[in-house]
Design a binder for this molecule. Sequence first.
Ligand code: NDP
Length: 333
Amino acid sequence: MTVPIPDSFRALRVHKDDHGIHADLQTVPTADLPAGDTLVRVTHSSLNYKDGLAVAGRPGVLRTYPMTPGIDLAGTVLHDDTGTHAPGAPVILTGWGIGERQDGGYATLARVQSQWLVPQPDGTDAAWAMGIGTAGFTAMLAVLALEDHGLTPGDGEVLVTGAAGGVGSTAVALLSAAGHTVTASTGRTEETEYLKSLGAATVIGRDDLTALTRPLEKERWAGVVDTVGGTTLAAAYASTRTHGSLAVCGLAGGSTLQTSVFPLILRGVNLLGIDSVTCPMPRRRAAWTRLARDLPAGRLDAVTQVRGLSELPALAPEILAGRVRGRTVIDVN
Ligand code: NDP
């Protein structure tokens, strides 16, 4: 089957020029796409914290300009030089540097590497995949890492920090679906009912954690999914139970970790790093299969808003200010 390739496409492009760094919706010639063996007709993307930084013109995410941000995309294959994915195949792409080092998902067309693409799990669609996106995928990797290190339902409280955010919300839902007793930590205690609706058994304030400043605190958490870093992570680490594990995902509250080795050497606590960008393909496929099982379409509807490409410049400062609840799907059409 040959699918016609359009001459141009629509994209949100971030430019750096005499007017500073700014994001504009543009029509771009298809010939301007980066090198790659596969062309994807993008239908949906999503808004992650990193995308907020990129669209708002903050340094550290986009490596060159002009660039199309969007670290996630979902759509259908138009053409794959390698023959791996048939034309029309529904696919998902998160990470691998799209929306950072090369053009990403805030466009109706993307040229990428075939080996980066995950087939859309049966019974799911592009909107579902982007409701999950990098944030939900990262939460899944965090839960898998905790399980790999022995966490099983019934072990005790599992803490999720930054719980009302994208990674946090999905982690709460996934842990709850797997039968864990979830404690959600949030700076927005007005989101208590929301977090309980996702499956949190207990909701605690952000300050309840950061009040724990000693190198070893009373043991409480059987496992931790941390999206915040900084003093929050230090507190969670100091209060993790003997042989418990922390899956460390984010830095929404700070990139510095000031702590001691005591939980490592006196309690055998495991600090586990999570990197969704370079996650190997077998793990990716396993994570997406589990996501389709545990968070089927509809499960995240209440925590997902759908917005258009043109709304991104207004949404970016909101996610950076921690005012976006749950997940934002971008319908790029
Ligand atoms: P969101 O902005 O959706 O969520 C972050 C949450 O962190 C906020 O909702 C808030 O939760 C909390 N938070 C924000 N600011 C502060 C602060 N100053 N102090 C304490 N808590 C704060 O972002 P995402 O969920 O998309 O991403 C979360 C983190 O994970 C980011 O740092 C992101 O870069 C990282 N990340 C890492 C990945 C990886 O591969 N390792 C992949 C994806 C994301 P609340 O309101 O509940 O307090």
